[in-house]
Design a protein around this ligand. Structure first.
Ligand code: TYM
Length: 332
């Protein structure tokens, strides 16, 4: 089975609809056909300051949500990044084959450092994409299922794999992005020019899976649309409605075309009301499942322990090979 790797940061109290539709849902769907490794990337999280107690809790909540969404530790490997030292070890190697200018071109770094105030950004935030490359290359992953916002980082991962291979000999699989066109970029409900994100200025456009269903329903009903009346998919002129149609189609199973037909002659209010109900019913049991998993921390720890053990065993030969290729003396 082809190998798949992906990660999610434990930086918020709940996954949002973008995380779910762009990434997590695909991980669940890929479990049988792919050999999946899914990682709670706590080391990426500390590129900005975290409160230790909050981080600890959010790592558990992230894993619990992955399980509640349907990841099955019998069929995939679910683990925490800091439990496998190979990530940080290989990240150093990646740092040393990345150009300073190349890293400076990463748009996510540019955006985030601008937001924190240039100068306030950490070196960790700057080297974040090289840690991400290490995550992926350490497991010889064939595919990386992510949202559109990670595409540039993945291109860097591919470049680094190829660069290492051509300098030192075939070592790493060159990973391919696995980005679903229709759900790779879910937009903010209030600002459909931006992706849905936990770091948006206002939370009004953010659908959090663990939020009160009433709050989410209200957010959908107040989503920004346009001054027309027609329910039609047109990303350029009707980004708000088009985003709602994308979300609707992803959750409902009907295609955007079918939805356009079904809502011909209806108002935006009808579409929003039905979508609000669909979102609430889709995630109705999600919070309870997540809470039930969190109520058994020993079981969660056992899943982490087993995941880390499997991940370490898979990572070790690749790290050894890379070290050997680089000319490091064998540690006997
Ligand atoms: P993170 O934690 O920001 O997001 C997790 C996943 O959710 C996707 N995503 C979205 N997809 C569609 N629409 C949106 N609005 C949206 N917002 C977020 C992200 O693309 C991502 O797939 N750097 C990564 C984590 C990471 C990783 C890796 C991923 C670390 N190492 C190795 C893949 C492979 C990140 O910060 O994702």
């Amino acid at each position: 089975r082809p190998r798949v790797f992906s990660g999610i940061q434990p930086t918020s109290g709940s996954f949002h609809l973008g995380n779910y539709l762009g990434a997590v849902r695909n991980w669940v769907a890929m479990q049988d056909e792919f050999d999946g490794l899914y990682c709670v990337v706590d080391q990426h999280a500390i590129t900005v300051e975290q409160d230790p107690a909050v981080l600890r809790r959010r790592s558990q909540v992230a894993a619990a949500q992955l399980l509640a969404a349907g990841l099955d530790p019998q069929r995939c490997t679910l683990f925490v990044q800091s439990h496998v030292p190979g990530h940080a070890q290989l990240a150093w190697v990646m740092n040393c084959i990345t150009g300073f200018g190349e890293a400076s071109r990463m748009t996510q770094f540019k955006d985030k450092s601008a937001r924190h105030g240039v100068g306030a950004a950490t070196v960790g935030l700057f080297t974040y994409p090289m840690l991400m490359a290490a995550d992926i290359l350490l497991y010889q992953a064939d595919y990386v299922p992510v949202g559109e916002d990670q595409r540039q980082h993945l291109e860097l991962s591919r470049d680094l794999a190829q660069r290492f291979n051509s300098r030192y000999g075939e070592t790493f699989v060159v990973p391919k992005p696995y980005i679903i066109k229709d759900t790779g970029k879910i937009l903010d409900l209030q600002d459909p020019a931006s992706k849905m994100s936990k770091s948006a200025e206002s939370e009004a456009g953010l659908i959090e899976l663990l939020a009160d269903p009433k709050v989410n329903a209200k957010k959908i009903k107040s989503a920004v649309t346009d001054a027309e009346r027609e329910i039609r998919f047109d990303e350029e002129n009707k980004p708000g409605i088009s985003n709602l149609l994308r979300i609707y189609a992803a959750l409902d199973g009907r295609s955007i075309k079918e939805l356009e037909r079904a809502y011909a002659g209806h108002g935006y209010g009808d579409l929003k009301k039905d979508l609000a109900e669909l979102v609430v019913s889709t995630f109705g049991a999600f919070k309870e499942r997540t809470e039930a998993i969190l109520a058994e921390p020993d079981k969660l720890d056992a899943i982490f322990a087993e995941g880390a053990q499997r991940a370490r065993a898979l990572a070790a030969p690749t790290l050894d090979l890379a070290y050997d290729r680089l000319g490091f003396l064998p540690a006997v």
